[in-house]
Ligand binder design. Structure first.
Ligand code: ZN
Length: 304
């Protein structure tokens, strides 16, 4: 090989390696700090700009949903403390699903707080193998995370209770085998609706209804029932009553926009309205995701 060709080869190799590295990088919004904020009742947002983490505060200690990446844990801890709570009061750790952007920091959270980790049955092997048993990303070293012991195995419809707060775990699988959508009720006061000033708000934290790039919906030997699971998941999601629409990523429900529009509002009346009440937004998001799933399924079926 001539020197010039060799150099070109190196340059080309570096260019490809650099492009590949860039492609593997996560969006900056996944690790960018975001102001922690109150959502309703005893529920708070403590995640990054896009990776959602939620804190539920009770007199018996707190529940944290989604540890995100390990590097996000200090950010979550800071957010919890900024709101005036103690990270060490975290008694229960839950997740939306067993992908590293929602669960990689779980071992660290357990170590720092002693929280009990509760995970949907079908996601447990993935969590305890550090991602190796994921049906799609099992061979992707970039998607690995510290294997973490699960303290309580959950099943579809199980309740998780701390203090007066009771959460229900709904299996909405497909995205992972154990993708979990969390629901619970909040009673918020100070609303404009009703002289009594109280109203029950149904909270839904969507686990993920999304079909990732490369997912095989047809003839998937690693996960044969994937399409059936997505179908069942959409039936569940469409059946859930929702006032407060939340999700595993802030992007699902327009968290940033909703937060900023409320901050910008000079309308005192608007400030009384919980900014995240959005039943219509929930319905249209689920309908949009179902349509995207059906279109992808049709596309893959037509190529058989
Ligand atoms: Zn995911």
């Amino acid at each position: 090989m001539k020197v010039r060709d060799f150099c070109c080869g190196i340059a080309l190799f570096l260019a490809i390696a650099f492009t590949a590295r860039l492609a593997a990088q996560n969006p900056p919004s996944w690790t960018a700090p975001f102001p922690p904020h109150h959502i309703a009742g005893n529920l708070y947002y403590v995640g990054s700009e896009d990776l959602a983490s939620y804190l539920i505060v009770t007199p018996q200690g707190n529940i944290l949903i989604n540890s995100s990446f390990e590097e996000n844990v200090p950010l979550i801890q800071k957010s919890v403390e900024q709101l005036g709570f103690h990270f060490s009061d975290t008694k229960i750790l839950l997740i939306s699903h067993a992908h590293n952007d929602h669960c990689a920091g779980a071992a660290m959270v357990k170590k720092l707080t002693g929280a009990k980790y509760m995970v949907m049955d079908a996601d447990v092997p993935v969590i305890e193998s550090g991602g190796k048993k994921d049906f799609h990303y099992g061979d992707h070293p970039d998607m690995r995370f510290p294997p973490t012991k699960v303290d309580r195995v959950l099943h579809d419809g199980d309740k998780v209770q701390l203090g007066d707060t009771v959460l229900t775990a709904h299996l909405t699988a497909g995205h992972t085998r154990g993708t979990t959508t969390w629901t619970f009720d909040e009673t918020d006061s100070g609303l404009s609706g009703g002289a009594e000033g109280h109203r029950t708000l149904h909270v839904v934290i969507v686990g993920s209804p999304n079909v990732n790039p490369g997912y095989k919906l047809v003839d998937n030997t690693a996960y044969p029932q994937i399409a059936t699971d997505y179908h069942s998941g959409f039936q569940v999601l469409k059946s859930l009553p929702c006032d407060i629409f939340l999700g595993a990523h802030g992007g699902y429900y327009g968290m940033k926009e909703k937060y900023l529009s409320w901050k910008m509002s000079s309308n005192a009346f608007a400030k009384l309205e919980p900014r995240f009440i959005d039943p219509e937004g929930y319905k249209s998001y689920i309908a949009d995701r179902e349509q995207a799933f059906e279109a992808e399924l049709k596309r893959q079926e037509s190529r058989k």
